[in-house]
Ligand binder design. Structure first.
Ligand SMILES: *[C@@H]1O[C@H](CO)[C@@H](O)[C@H](O)[C@H]1NC(C)=O
Length: 526
């Protein structure tokens, strides 16, 4: 008892000291730091910018309402050699290859954003642009699925592409296309594509029911194909090996696909699959601290936890779903540094950034921010008589919905400029952002401004090696970001830090929409 009183008194004293310190700090620091000394963050602008980025990454014949005007038509003969139409889709990053696995993951995350934050996106006036961004990717994935057991998984070739530095509009590199089929299986790329199509079918269910059905049909076929002819796609398509090898195998993608198909169709069979295969595919075994285009365990564990929360499952599935939830909680706790063993937590930089690895670390940050935001919402949506639901971390601690949301917000603020380097890692946002993004199209004069052909090596000589800022600002791109000591070097050849990828920005569509709605709420209450 006496000890309790002492602790309470100490806490009170500490609170008073903190309050005094806050009063003494300059206002911008007390507000958590804004970009360029400003107070808040303009999440609506961040959302709008993020959606523009997907237009900059478009391959194919650009539509009349294309807003990013420094881009032109490109890849118009993709698939021609193989006798299939593979025009369209997205370039994954700063090169001109179309990689099916990360493209599909990008579309899955855009669709998850659109499903979970539909009202917030609509309130920000961005619904049409989100649907367009999803449709641009999905239309391509539908084209690439040319037969029940045939999926084109790559167009272009990383080696020849990287040998050149050319605008997509000038490409002279190989546009060879590569597929998976019965004899050359690829359950990971088939599973991820099925997940993207299933998630997108939910997005378009009301506005375009016919399209939604079509997507579901493709998703179900691809799931069956992936399940029936099992194998890793990088064994079938050697060309992806150095770029997008599937290190985690296909178990995560197949479970992810099953859970998305369950959500899209409500059909019991898909949930049965996710439960029956949980152990063999590592769904309830892997406790992992990263979520990415390759490693989807945390995402699918959260989808399974949501099924549990919604309570619509046969009783015999409960134990497995609880195991899934426990692994989901491990990931969430890792992002908060709340697991008991240090090795079970995600490292953080001194500036507070979640840090998984040096090359394109930002992808882990933005995807974590998304999962934290979504899960905090799931917890809040639960009406429980036994009080607020919490996440249980190893070692007996817990984390609240508020803590998850606060960590997501902190990561988003870091991305937008509240960091030791004072740099916004979203291009075009704030006053200081990367000017030398490792991006072929952005770093070369726009085709529209100067249509003269620029050759393979000429691009390196005339544009890549220039010291100056890129002539085109690839607005909304989120680059690889700083190192483990919050340091960032804005050089075009520093691709680990200055290259941006579609799957860095995709999850932030949901996060920014959510944060914008929260800032709106605050204004209303005043
Ligand atoms: C954290 O960083 C240390 C030192 O670089 C490393 O050994 C460890 O594996 C990292 N932990 C995680 C969970 O990534």
């Amino acid at each position: 008892m006496a000890r309790g009183i002492t602790t309470a008194m100490l806490v009170c004293a500490a609170v008073v000291v903190v309050l005094l310190l806050l009063l003494l700090l300059p206002p911008t620091m007390a507000a958590g730091g804004g970009v360029g000394g400003g107070k808040g963050f303009d999440y609506r602008k961040a959302l709008q910018s993020g959606l523009l980025y997907f237009e900059a990454q478009r391959s194919g014949h650009l539509p009349y309402n294309q807003r990013v005007r420094w881009r032109g038509h490109s890849g118009l003969a993709d698939g021609l050699q193989q006798g299939v139409d593979l025009v369209g889709g997205y370039y994954d990053a700063g090169d001109n290859v179309k990689f099916g696995l990360p493209m599909a993951f990008t579309v899955t995350m855009l669709s998850w954003s659109a499903i979970e934050f539909a009202a917030e996106i609509a309130a920000a006036g961005e619904r049409r642009h989100v649907l367009e961004a999803i449709k641009w990717g999905i239309d391509y994935l539908v084209k690439a699925h040319t037969a029940a057991d045939e999926l084109w998984a790559e167009v272009g070739d990383g080696d020849t592409d990287h040998y050149c530095w050319q605008r997509p509009e000038d490409m002279t590199t190989s546009r060879q296309a590569y597929k998976v089929d019965r004899h050359n299986p690829g359950s990971d790329v088939a599973g991820e594509t099925a997940a993207a199509l299933a998630a997108a079918s939910i997005v378009f269910r009301r506005s375009n029911p016919h399209y939604s059905h079509l997507l579901l049909h493709h998703a179900e076929q691809l799931f069956d194909f992936g399940d029936k002819y099992r194998g890793k796609y990088d064994s079938s398509i050697g060309e992806v090996w150095s770029y997008y090898a599937s290190a985690s195998g296909y178990g995560d993608e197949m479970l992810w696909a099953a859970l998305w198909l369950h959500r899209a169709t409500g059909r019991r069979g898909y949930l049965d699959y996710a439960v029956a295969m949980a152990d063999e595919f590592g769904g309830t075994g892997w406790a992992i601290t990263e979520f990415s285009w390759d490693v989807k365990y945390a995402g699918l564990q959260i989808l399974a936890a949501k099924v549990l929360m919604d309570g619509k499952y046969p009783e015999q599935h409960r134990a497995t779903l609880e195991q899934y939830r426990s692994k989901a909680e491990h990931y969430l706790c890792a992002c908060l540094g709340k697991n008991a063993a240090a090795g079970d937590n995600v490292n953080r930089t001194a500036g507070g950034l979640l840090f998984v690895r040096q090359w394109n670390n930002m992808q882990y940050v933005t995807n974590a921010a998304f999962l934290l935001t979504v899960y905090s919402r799931y917890l809040r949506d639960q009406h429980s008589d036994s009080g607020e639901l919490v996440v249980r971390c190893s070692g007996g601690t817990t984390a609240s919905a508020g803590e998850l949301a606060a960590q997501a917000r902190a990561q988003a603020e870091y991305v937008l400029g509240a960091n030791p380097a004072g740099v916004s890692y979203m291009v075009g946002y704030g006053r200081r952002f990367p000017r030398r993004v490792h991006h072929r199209g952005a770093s070369i004069v726009s085709h529209r401004a100067d249509g003269r052909f620029i050759g393979c090596v000429q691009g390196y000589d005339d544009w890549f090696r220039r010291g100056g800022a890129n002539p085109n600002v690839v607005v909304g791109a989120i680059v690889g970001g700083p190192d483990h000591r919050d340091r960032f070097v804005d050089r075009r050849d520093n691709y680990m830090q200055t290259e941006a990828c579609t799957y860095n920005t995709a999850p932030m569509v949901g996060v920014f929409a959510h944060l914008h709605s929260e800032s709106d709420d605050r204004h209303c209450r005043k």
